[in-house]
Write a protein that binds this ligand. Structure first.
Ligand code: SAH
Length: 365
């Protein structure tokens, strides 16, 4: 089949996607031109901002790739005060970011649930309900998810990391804290409760194949999520997966593969929100902008108070760890403008996919 026909097919198979993921040169340019036009038509060249607040690196999990895993004793553990978090939220509100993401390691306790409830109440108050809040605090019970939803969180990010269960257990310990089944169940709970639900995967993991990545995209589509964040896997020297460092695809290839994943995702899920992951920027200084150009429509400037950023190192060479929020904001503006996109200041950027789904459910009723 000629390449253009493949790009215009209604439903891509695993083999089609594997082929697209490996394309190069002119074919790669065509893929990106296609995803760029799908983006323009369905979500326009508009970028929504989410101020990212990494509020704690305390974590009960021991993911084999992650720098804040429980067994990494070489990092300072921190937990921002409520005041620090509220100040960061206020910064986002005053600068008309429209929304924030509260992200942390995974803690499951009554105290943690209550703390987040309290923070949600305070953030909604300080912004007169005019900041959308996304949570990214790992797997939680259905009841905890429900409480957070009732207190104003409307979106939740929980990456599946890989949809291949065997690979999942190669990159996580095989124990009760790291169950693939429970992660999927948590995602389903989020959807059922009515969150705008986000997931995603890492690209270029040890053992990962092109088929795995193609299946990831089809899995994400089948889950019918509203938002996706995915980016290259990056080594962290304090983690068990570091020993595979020399067997991995070079970082520049992982980067290019991530762009192709984003482009194909935009083609198969036209109206979802796709975040341009920070890990893209760790490989290429203009990485996030390149992703915006070919399909992503959400940027997450880091607004965590500067002094804590070094302790939230999920991987080595994490960018923006020595900047303050003001620096990040001004550099973002010109970065976005050179991709022919504009920042929607004050826009909430709710997932259009989510409203389309709701619309069709209402029509059925
Ligand atoms: N604890 C939360 C979120 C914190 S980590 C949760 O479980 O959802 C946020 C994301 O960073 C993870 O979902 C993972 O996809 C990504 N991440 C962690 N380590 C990484 C690494 N070494 N390279 C690239 N991405 C990584």
């Amino acid at each position: 089949m000629v390449f253009d026909e493949l790009l215009n097919k209604d439903a891509l198979s695993v083999q089609d996607i594997v082929f697209l993921l490996q394309c190069k040169g002119d074919e790669e340019k065509k893929l990106f031109a296609k995803s760029e036009s799908v983006k323009k038509r369905h979500v326009d060249n508009i970028v929504y901002l989410r101020g990212l607040i990494e509020f704690s690196n305390l974590c009960r999990k021991d993911c084999n790739y992650c720098g804040i895993r429980k067994s990494n004793l070489n990092i300072d553990r921190f937990n921002l005060t409520d005041n620090d978090i509220l100040q960061a939220a206020e910064f986002a509100f005053k600068n008309r970011f429209g929304s924030i993401v509260l992200q942390s390691g995974e803690i499951q306790s009554l105290a943690f649930t209550k703390r987040v409830v309290k923070l949600l109440d305070k953030i909604l108050k300080l912004s007169n309900g005019q900041l959308r809040i996304t949570l990214s605090c790992g797997e939680q019970s259905r009841d905890t998810f429900r409480q957070w939803l009732e207190h104003g969180a409307t979106r939740y990010l929980l990456r599946i990391e890989t949809s291949n269960e065997d690979l999942y257990y190669k990159i996580h310990p095989h124990d009760k804290f790291h169950s693939f089944e429970e992660r999927v169940e948590a995602l389903n709970n989020l959807k059922l409760l009515g969150y705008q639900t986000g997931t995603g995967v890492m690209i270029g993991l040890p053992y990962q194949t092109y088929e795995d990545l193609a299946n990831d995209l089809l899995w994400i589509k089948k889950m019918d999520v509203d938002m996706v964040g995915m980016g290259p896997y990056l080594e962290h020297s304090g983690t068990p997966l570091y020993k595979f460092k020399s067997n991995l695809m070079p970082q520049t290839e992982r980067f290019q593969l991530s762009l192709k994943m984003i482009a194909i995702l935009r083609i198969i899920m036209k109206d979802i929100n796709i975040a341009s992951a920070t890990s893209l920027q760790a490989i290429d200084k203009m990485g996030r902008e390149k992703a915006i150009k070919i399909g992503a429509n959400v940027l997450m400037p880091n607004i965590t108070p500067g002094m804590y950023r070094n302790s939230y190192k999920l991987y080595d060479n994490k960018p923006c760890t020595d900047e303050n929020p003001e620096d990040c904001k001004s550099c973002l503006e010109w970065r976005v403008s050179i991709t022919n996109n504009i920042i929607a200041y004050g826009g909430y950027g709710d997932s259009q996919h989510n409203s389309h789904k709701r619309g069709s459910t209402l029509r059925k009723i």
